[in-house]
Design a protein around this ligand. Structure first.
Ligand code: ZN
Length: 179
């Protein structure tokens, strides 16, 4: 009876481990599918960006695409960060983690990165993320300024076009005078 009990317990334990493994594998598969979907969405966005740039080239700079490009790039940023999150989750499932600073892979319990030596604590990570966020916000502000600036330049260019036409007319007049 005792032996049977033992076998029973062992079987339950093995079953639990297997079930855990299976659910981990299922999670990993789901994450990998999500990652590859995001990657293909990013490729589509790259294609769209390419089309926009080509369209601008064909139409000889007469269209403003900067804002659209920023929008598309922002979408890529979001998808890329989702890919990064999924990658981190997959690592976590394998009891591994990535250094928040240099992205080196290490054991989930490691306190220091074996590659760059940075301490792997939540506080450090939060601090680094805050710095990154501030940098990103600065970049967004700079991009907004770029858009504003290109709009200003656009107005200046259309102004210049008029002037060069005026110059042409003036030249024609001068030619008439010579004749
Ligand atoms: Zn590191």
């Amino acid at each position: 009876m005792e032996l049977l009990d033992k076998i029973g317990k062992k079987a339950t334990k093995t079953y639990k481990v297997t079930a855990e493994k299976t659910s981990k594998l299922a999670k990993e598969t789901k994450l990998k599918i999500a990652m590859s979907m995001n990657k293909s969405n990013i490729s589509d966005l790259y294609e769209e960006i390419g089309k926009k740039v080509y369209e601008k080239y064909i139409r000889e700079e007469k269209i403003e695409i900067k804002e659209e490009l920023l929008e598309l790039c922002a979408q890529i940023d979001i998808l890329a960060s989702e890919i990064e999150e999924a990658r981190a989750e997959i690592l976590h499932l394998k009891d591994r983690k990535q250094c928040f600073h240099c992205f080196y892979e290490m054991d989930i319990d490691a306190h220091f990165c074996p590659n760059c030596g940075i301490k792997q604590t939540k506080e450090e990570e939060i601090r680094e993320n805050q710095e990154k966020q501030e940098e990103d916000e600065k970049k967004i502000e700079e991009n907004k300024e770029l858009v504003e600036e290109s709009k200003r330049k656009e107005t200046q260019i259309s102004g210049k076009e008029k002037t060069s036409k005026d110059v042409e007319e003036n030249i024609e007049l001068e030619d008439d005078e010579i004749v």
